[in-house]
Design a binder for this molecule. Structure first.
Ligand SMILES: Cc1cc2nc3c(=O)[nH]c(=O)nc-3n(C[C@H](O)[C@H](O)[C@H](O)COP(=O)(O)OP(=O)(O)OC[C@H]3O[C@@H](n4cnc5c(N)ncnc54)[C@H](O)[C@@H]3O)c2cc1C
Length: 486
């Protein structure tokens, strides 16, 4: 059933434990650190129930309507429907919500496409969870990394008395497992219904207890979320920090103190290799990161639009070198658009009635996005010049005796002072503010460090096919007879 924005917000008032520094947050939906971001997510839920988006954001199965990102695709059209739904959703946040409700749900849908990979005792758990999440229209976030510094067992063992805080199973009984420890870094966790806990990094032998992969409601007894510095709280006015004001999706460390997880929510247990392989041997990682590619595309469109507007209002658009820079940015936007479409068009048949986005193309795009984001932001900054620092400190310039001078001296032909200030504040929030800095780090790391992202392409490359290209050429001419050894 499709949830309304109001139902979603009600669901956040479930007694969840969230800390901002030493402060325990009483109500996420009312707290200055999270309330606008929560409303942004509520808007995404309402969008799905808008009759205008009925067919693009949801589908019907077994007599119920479900969010499009839970659709298990059977052909190219289904993939295109999923992809278009991601685009519509990411356009609402201009690509600034990486972990919108369609991200982890797509990981779960990807797992449900090939449940046979799971240990027999846990296969039905995964399928049951997929169906429950789909029916409840759940917003799932995930924390799938152990904490920095606590990963290497040899390093840990060299420190006398040190016990790694990595999340692990500390007990099990007929009803389920008990988990203890921390996982990083649940983007959107504060705003989600459930947290998926698992391992996207390989574990080593002897780390069976850490291999637990499970889903836990955010309000589960014993669980708390420790949020990083909230940018929404410190954003000031919407005019001065328009993006931080409503698009700070939050990042939080998940702390579990004796959290009980019922067996039905346990998907991998005591299996070191499988805890990571489930994402790679199924299309799970591909489905989640197809959403990431689409989201990046939305963001790049905002960067491109800002770059053009700044060149227009500064009058630099007439300069051929600036046009060339904008042309290059426009080509990049077309590149990511094509990379997204290509993943649907050159789809993979899974051989079981389902299809997947093209994995290699997805990883190619992921690598491209990770490596090029700093360059894209830098190009926008170049075009901005010192514009943002030529603006008064904040909107209060209009309250004071300063207003008249500001309006007369900061205006340019065709651009009133206030409109200029609004534009430059927005551009700075995207690429220069603390919010912009968090996004720089997000784009570098959300799918793992760049060497890990490139490693996916190394793994998926059909090296035999590539070797064939070279061998065909090598075989097409001979070593001259006189130089051949006998
Ligand atoms: C804003 C943000 C949001 C995030 N959201 C999520 C989320 O929603 N869910 C989630 O589970 N995780 C999330 N993450 C965590 C993300 O997955 C990790 O940051 C990422 O995997 C890198 O791990 P790390 O930060 O621990 O860096 P580290 O593993 O400590 O790596 C830091 C650096 O050390 C160097 N390095 C480390 N190991 C090697 C090596 N073997 N070879 C060469 N160089 C190496 C590299 O320079 C690397 O960039 C998020 C991270 C950020 C920054």
């Amino acid at each position: 059933m499709l949830k309304s924005g109001a139902d979603y917000l009600d669901g956040l008032r479930d007694g969840r434990v969230v800390y901002v520094g030493g402060e325990k947050v009483a109500d996420v939906t009312a707290h200055p650190a999270f309330r606008n971001a929560a409303r942004t997510v509520a808007g995404l839920y309402d969008l799905k129930r808008d009759p205008a988006h009925h067919d693009s954001l949801s589908y019907e199965e077994e007599g119920e309507r479900h969010s499009m990102y839970y659709l298990l695709p059977r052909d190219r059209d289904d993939l295109l429907k999923r992809s278009h739904a991601h685009k519509l959703i990411s356009d609402q946040t201009y690509g600034l919500f990486g972990r919108s409700p369609d991200h982890v749900a797509s990981f779960v849908a990807g797992l449900a496409l090939q449940p046979e990979i799971f240990q027999p005792d846990y296969r039905d758990n995964l399928l049951g969870y997929y169906r429950r999440a789909r029916s409840a229209d759940s917003y799932i976030a995930y924390a799938v990394l152990p904490p920095q510094g606590g990963r290497d067992p040899e390093f840990s063992q060299r420190q006398p008395g040190y016990v790694s805080p990595s999340l692990r199973v500390i007990g099990e009984d007929n009803s389920g497992v008990t988990i203890e420890g921390i996982k990083t870094l649940a983007t959107g966790g504060v705003l989600a219904d459930e947290i998926w806990l698992g391992n996207l990094q390989p574990l080593g032998p002897g780390q069976e207890a850490l291999s637990i992969t499970c889903a836990v409601p955010v309000a589960a007894e014993g669980m708390s979320l420790w949020a990083r510095k909230p940018l929404e709280r410190d954003a000031g006015s919407e005019f001065d920090s328009p993006l931080a004001h409503r698009f700070d999706e939050t990042d939080a460390v998940v702390v579990c103190r004796g959290v009980k997880v019922p067996w039905e929510n346990v998907f991998v247990h005591n299996h070191v290799a499988l805890s990571r392989e489930i994402y790679i041997r199924t299309p799970s990682h591909c489905f989640g990161n197809h959403q990431s590619n689409v989201r990046f595309w939305s963001k790049l469109r905002l960067i491109l639009a800002l770059a053009r507007r700044i060149a227009d209002v500064n009058g630099t658009i007439k300069i051929p070198a600036v046009q060339e820079t904008l042309g290059r940015l426009a080509a990049y936007e077309a590149t990511i658009a094509a990379m997204v479409h290509g993943q649907c068009m050159a789809h993979e048949d899974l051989g079981n009635g389902y299809v997947s986005f093209n994995r290699r193309y997805m990883y190619g795009a992921l690598s491209w996005c990770t490596e090029n984001y700093p360059m894209l932001c830098d190009t926008l900054r170049e075009l901005m010049g010192g514009g943002v620092f030529m603006m008064p400190a904040d909107i209060s310039v209009l309250d004071q005796a300063t207003r008249g001078t500001f309006e007369s001296h900061w205006s340019t032909p065709g651009q009133p002072a206030l409109d200029r200030m609004k534009l430059f504040k927005l551009a700075w929030d995207l690429v220069g503010s603390e919010f912009g800095g968090r996004h720089m780090q997000y784009e570098k790391f959300y799918a793992g460090p760049s060497f890990v992202v490139r490693n996916h392409s190394f793994r998926e490359c059909p090296w035999g096919e590539m070797a064939g290209v070279l061998d065909r050429l090598l075989a097409s001419y001979d070593i001259p007879g006189e130089y051949r050894t006998a």
